[in-house]
Design a protein around this ligand. Structure first.
Ligand code: PHE
Length: 467
């Protein structure tokens, strides 16, 4: 048995609600507000959304339970958890999780930084009015290619992330999540109500919820599966790490179900909101089609000021929401790296946080400069058309590292941990009545690994790209 290197008692979430808000904060992020809407758009809605919901239920939920249970059982960081639960060789899987956390936080912080810039812009426009003759696409292009601005924005976001993790689990992450998550839900609800009052709402709902299977492609199916990992923060030990601060007696099944349900709900609400606005404006659907990835930073800012009722109030609130969502995700990525230093190396939390934050910022700075500011970093290619460091790392994480980590976790929980060990964590008297252990075990042993293996094989053999 491994004993933790630090003598201090382990910090814990104060309650299940504290855990659920923090873990939902990790799950709800740019994946929900930026990526999900545009892949839904690209895949023509309906059938894609249905397949995505199926993946969340059949693959995401069982793996979410698996990660949280391994964390709670071992009460230690991802490297120690695998070592303790499964043996020293499994350290590699934990190490892969920490490395993925570094890389993911490295480039995610760049996009998170943009949200600060758009928040500031919207606050200004709400007072001065939306500038006439403004070219939103061009403005976005010059923002990302401006090296110094990229560095300042991403450094600001990294400082916010470090400040939260520095204060620890209860006083840092939980406290912040308890404020930001309800604020995020409140803002989103206001936006939803406004968007539903607009003319395009009916068409948007039809697009998202009326399945037409003739439009569904095999690629779309695999994309839905890949995204279910990213959006639920699975495959790198973020949920495992948060689970390691969960006390015994709190139901893993209930906690996991809440997190998955909230993440899915928010992705759907955000998509309904954005599409209702877009479908309300004549000609906008063609416009968005040209840069679906730019929906959040190119199409929407303008629409807030030209089409949305109370847009001048809602626009800054919306970008505040996106920044909150990104922050509660970045803190979970940093926590994976920090908890490793604390639990495995005996470094103090403060030191671990500052050092990890500074180290990861080197990757962030390079990614920020790889969008045009610095030629050599912006143009090299490793994976097909993915030019530059930012795109390369995103591809590496979404297509390789998260699915590989996810596969390792399903195999660990389904095939290497004993039935008794997993059962004791999931069926402890606090589980909900609907939960069937046998069903979970079937999914984690057969359905989830086969599905994840399908993504990896598709990437290897067909050169598919899901990022
Ligand atoms: N789930 C987050 C999002 O949707 C991203 C994330 C992935 C966060 C992995 C932590 C770990 O934006």
């Amino acid at each position: 048995m491994q004993t933790p290197a630090t003598p201090a008692p382990r910090d814990h979430w104060s309650s299940r609600l504290g855990f659920v808000l923090a873990a939902a904060g990790s799950a709800i992020g740019l994946g929900n507000l930026w990526k999900f809407p545009y892949i839904t758009w690209d895949n023509r809605g309906g059938a894609f959304v249905l397949v995505y919901l199926g993946c969340i239920a059949a693959v995401g939920l069982p793996i979410m339970m698996a990660e949280i249970l391994i964390g709670r059982k071992t009460q230690t960081s991802v490297v120690g958890a695998f070592k303790q639960a499964l043996g020293p060789r499994w350290r590699v899987v934990g190490g892969l999780g920490v490395a993925t956390g570094w890389i993911l936080l490295g480039y995610y912080t760049v996009v998170a930084g943009w949200t600060l810039s758009y928040l500031a812009r919207c606050l200004r426009w709400s007072f001065t009015g939306y500038p006439s003759g403004y070219d939103p696409g061009g403005a976005f292009g010059s923002l990302v290619a401006d090296g110094p601005v990229q560095l300042v924005l991403s450094a600001a976001f990294m400082v916010l992330t470090v400040a939260v993790v520095y204060s620890g689990i209860g006083r840092g992450i939980e406290r912040v999540s308890r404020v930001l998550m309800p604020a995020l839900f409140g803002i989103l609800l206001m936006l939803l109500v406004t968007a539903l009052s607009m003319d395009g709402a009916g068409e948007a709902l039809g697009f998202i919820f009326r399945p037409s299977f003739s439009e569904l492609s095999w690629d779309g199916t695999l994309e839905a599966l890949g995204h279910s990992f990213f959006t639920l923060s699975l495959g790198m030990g973020a949920m495992l790490t948060y689970g390691s601060y969960l006390r015994r007696g709190e139901s893993v099944v209930r906690a996991a179900t809440w997190v998955v349900a909230l993440d899915t709900l928010i992705a759907l609400i955000a998509t309904v909101t954005m599409f209702s606005v877009i479908f309300s404006v004549a000609g906008m659907t063609d416009h968005v089609g040209r840069s679906t990835a730019g929906m959040l930073f190119i199409s929407l800012p303008e629409l807030f000021y030209t089409a949305v009722p109370f847009g001048a109030i809602l626009a800054p609130l919306f970008y505040l929401l996106v920044a909150f969502a990104a922050l509660t995700s970045t803190i979970s990525m940093l926590e994976v790296a920090v908890s490793y230093w604390i639990d495995e190396r005996g470094v103090s939390r403060r030191r671990a946080t500052l050092l990890s934050g500074a180290g990861i910022f080197v990757i962030t700075a390079l990614c920020g400069l790889s969008l045009g500011a610095w030629g050599p970093l912006s143009s090299f290619t490793v994976f097909g058309e993915k030019a530059g460091l930012f795109a390369t790392l995103d591809h590496l994480v979404a297509n390789w590292l998260l699915p590989l980590g996810g596969l390792a976790i399903t195999l660990a929980a389904g095939w290497f941990l004993t039935r008794e060990a997993t059962r004791a964590e999931l069926v402890d008297g606090s589980q909900p009545r609907w939960f069937r252990y046998g069903l979970w075990r079937f999914f984690i042993r057969y359905v989830s690994p086969l599905a994840v293996a399908a993504i990896i094989l598709a990437v290897i053999f067909f050169g598919r790209d899901f990022s």
